[in-house]
Design a protein around this ligand. Structure first.
Ligand code: NDP
Length: 295
């Protein structure tokens, strides 16, 4: 292996420590304790795990948090009225409705019902629009984590050619919009590839930085990359592994063994982008509580 490892766990721990001390100051100086409300509809096991670990992170930060668990049969109007009561609650600065939602609930309607100033996931159209035009906003956590990783480990994207693979509203598009801005920690030349690209190799071969967010296990292999590039692997895929205790293991969208012999730096999966997502959620909750983004 030639690539150095980008340690998302360590960088996330640093961000959490920074958020904690800023939150302590906010409490001491203004008497404000950041508050985050989680709403979980149904009993999707992965969602339960995510909400539990986000709640634990809130505890570590000294934040106030509440978790509302609603049955899968909850009517959309009932969910909307829960959100409305959190919108009005002054002790709650952030609202996170864990996705995916049951099929009878319209996700976009739910996202748009959250007060954009409390939208710590950064999915509300007001925040999406502000991100696109370069205004301060609550920004989606995973893409913001990708940018922080690059900057904090000395791979500032400025002037670099970044190839993002994947164009989802949750990862690919916000990564594009963050790294494209004429701003500190951005100013990159960004290409976004997707299924319409056909062969990814001509794009990947030109990339100084690859952000893989396609949701397919180990598709991007070392031989497809430009030697010396930096690889940020957002993917989380569970694949069968008879040698593992539970018969499965987690891999990224990048084939780590081959990519790490070609890249100069690479994120592991797990332990790369994953821990950054929760750290950035804590940061967003702090920003929402400080109330300075939309003045
Ligand atoms: P989506 O499935 O919503 O989007 C995948 C994107 O990748 C689509 O734009 C799709 O193209 C594109 N794509 C799929 N296959 C190919 C291919 N063979 N070649 C080129 N493009 C392809 O996924 P998400 O964006 O939600 O998530 C991406 C990955 O990141 C997943 O593994 C997910 O688990 C992980 N993730 C990790 C998080 C973390 O905290 N670390 C948080 C969120 C997601 P098209 O638009 O043409 O269909």
């Amino acid at each position: 292996m030639t690539a150095s490892l980008i340690d998302g766990k360590a960088i996330a721990a640093t961000i959490r420590a920074e958020v904690k001390s800023a939150a302590d100051r906010l409490r001491d100086e203004r008497g404000t304790v950041p508050g985050l409300a989680f709403i979980l509809v149904g009993d999707n096991p992965a969602s339960q795990v995510y909400v539990r670990s986000k709640g634990k992170a809130c505890e570590e930060m000294g934040f106030h948090s509440v978790t509302e668990r609603l049955p899968a049969s909850t009517a959309q109007d009932d969910l909307l009225s829960r959100i409305e009561s959190f919108n009005r609650d002054p002790a709650i600065h952030g609202i996170l409705v864990q996705l995916p939602l049951p099929a009878h609930i319209n996700e976009q309607t739910i996202i748009e019902s959250i007060d954009y100033r409390k939208d710590v996931d950064g999915f509300h159209p007001v925040n999406v629009g502000r991100l696109v035009i370069g205004l301060p906003s609550l920004r989606p956590c995973t893409p913001a984590g990708v940018q922080e990783l690059l900057v904090r480990c000395g791979h500032d994207p400025a002037g670099k050619h970044v190839v993002v693979v994947g164009r989802s509203n949750i990862v690919g598009k916000p990564v594009l919009n963050m790294l494209l801005q004429k701003q500190k920690g951005a100013n990159a030349i960004v290409t976004v590839a997707h299924t319409g690209a056909g062969d990814l190799v001509p794009y990947l071969r030109q990339a100084d930085i690859v952000v893989a967010a396609l949701g397919k296990p180990e598709i991007i292999r070392g031989e497809m990359l430009k030697p010396g590039c930096v690889v940020i692997d957002v993917g989380i895929n569970r694949i069968p592994d008879p040698s593992a205790k539970n018969g499965t293991r987690i891999v990224g969208d990048v084939h780590f063994p081959s990519a790490s012999t070609v890249a100069s730096a690479i994120t592991p999966v797990p332990g790369g982008v994953g821990p950054m997502t929760i750290a950035m959620l804590m940061k967003n909750t702090l920003l929402a509580a400080e109330g300075i983004l939309y003045r």
